[in-house]
Design a protein around this ligand. Structure first.
Ligand code: LLP
Length: 414
């Protein structure tokens, strides 16, 4: 069953291994909470995309996991970057990703960020409003550059995922309405420092059924032909990210090849290059969060396993009521209990699991929280003055720290 999450995750004897490295040994050496990522898995996932979409540009969504070593690793596999901030641009460039493979979305880009990206000559700004078009044009003019743009259109498709991560529906803040997008495209004809090169759309995240992608790409293709007729030179269709992963044991998830089967027939006749922006489906199941059991507490009507990873380390359960599967790092025969797995933070919402059937664990034992590679460390914080976790990259039996554990001095240093 573990192999369905990640083929490099397995028990050897009674110890859990990731990419041929013992997780218990890592927890003992580096302490917990500890994020561990499998390099082999991340490479496989990028390859799965490039094989399924041989003609496309795969821009890894840096927001899912911005660790510079991870970004370097996806770059080594030929990926570009999908960014949403100046910080992500900085990390992408530093990792050696060519500007010609960087696309930049986001509803609230600042002047400083826009100028940084214009000067860096990135492939394309995915512009989200008319006002942004005007500001970008002005800034590009000032810098004596031409900015390449796509307009992010909102196809009003229901991705059937958690409402907080549905981004392509009418009421969402993202993009412009696809039905009236021609107005924004027409407006660019007045803006001399912009060059329209694409259409962008991203409908949401953790999408487990590919049919919303078909619907969205059909709408984008319709717009493509309309724009071509109007004389626009559309060279890129950026269809965003969002492919879902397995979180629950009973869940099955689409592969990049399923996405290709869904989308490629729709865009077959289109002359533009396809861009995809996968994040979670590249790194999500690469990563594990290791945590140590601190206390066990039985209130009679309710049982608690209290661990040292809190919502400051992994906020997804608190924020989206997300399910993360958990297994003991040491395998042994023991009964299952129904328990809440909770962290040390002073919030009722600070849980990793509620009413979970978990094998009974003891104080001091390690638990592996699965599917933690995406939006795990990336969304972590110092809440309750807790230094952020250490991150380790493992590959084929080798390991290295890719971010040290913070300490108290680090937290107050600035
Ligand atoms: N492109 C754009 C424009 C995006 O906004 C996103 C994610 C992606 C690509 C990558 O989507 P992915 O392939 O990772 O699904 N924190 C939430 C997820 C928020 C996603 C935001 N945008 C979570 O933990 O589930």
């Amino acid at each position: 069953m573990l192999k369905e999450y990640n083929p490099y995750l397995e028990y050897k004897g009674d110890d859990l291994y990731l990419d041929d490295v013992s997780l218990r040994a890592l927890a003992e050496e580096f302490g917990t909470p500890l994020y561990v990522y499998s390099g082999s898995y991340i490479r496989d996932r990028i390859r799965a995309y490039t094989e399924a979409f041989p003609e496309a540009l795969i821009c890894y969504a840096v927001k899912a996991n911005f660790n510079p070593y991870i970004v370097t690793l996806v770059k080594e596999e030929g990926a570009g970057a999908d960014i949403v901030s100046g910080g992500e641009l900085f990390i992408s460039l530093r990792a050696g990703i060519e500007p010609s493979k960087i696309v930049y979305a986001g509803v609230g880009k600042t002047v400083k960020e826009l100028e940084y990206a214009i000067s860096s000559d990135i492939l394309m700004f995915n512009v989200e409003s008319l006002m942004e078009l005007e500001v970008l044009d002005e800034l590009a003019g000032k810098l004596g550059r031409k900015a390449r743009i796509a307009i992010r259109v909102n196809p009003d498709v229901d991705p059937k995922t958690h409402p907080y991560i549905s981004t392509g529906m009418k009421k969402s803040k993202f993009g412009v309405d696809i039905k009236t997008a021609k107005k924004e495209y027409e407006h660019t004809k007045k803006l001399k420092n912009l060059q329209v090169v694409g259409i962008h759309c991203h409908i949401g995240s953790q999408i487990l059924d590919v049919s919303p992608y078909i619907e969205a790409s059909q709408k984008v293709v319709e717009l493509y032909y309309d724009l071509i007729k109007e004389g626009f030179d559309i060279q890129y269709l950026d269809l965003g990210g969002g492919l879902g992963i397995k979180y629950k044991p009973e869940q099955s998830n689409p592969e990049p090849s399923d996405l290709a089967e869904a989308i490629l027939p729709v865009v077959k006749e289109v002359k533009a290059k396809i861009i995809l922006e996968p994040g979670r489906s590249v790194v999500g199941n690469a990563g594990i969060l290791l945590t140590q059991v601190q206390f066990i507490k039985d209130k009679g009507h309710k049982h608690f396993v209290i661990v040292d990873a809190g919502m400051n380390d992994l906020v997804r359960p608190a924020m989206y009521e997300a399910y993360h599967h958990m297994v003991p790092v040491e395998r042994k025969d023991r009964p299952y209990i129904k328990t809440d797995v909770v962290g040390p933070i002073c919030e009722t919402g600070d849980f990793l699991a509620l009413d979970r059937e978990l094998q009974a664990v003891e104080r001091g034992e390690y638990l592996a929280v699965l599917s933690a590679g995406a939006y795990g460390f990336a969304m972590s914080s110092h809440y309750n003055v807790r230094p952020r976790a250490c991150e380790v990259l493992v590959e084929k039996g080798k390991y290295r720290v890719i971010r040290q554990r913070e300490d108290y001095e680090y937290i107050v240093a600035l």
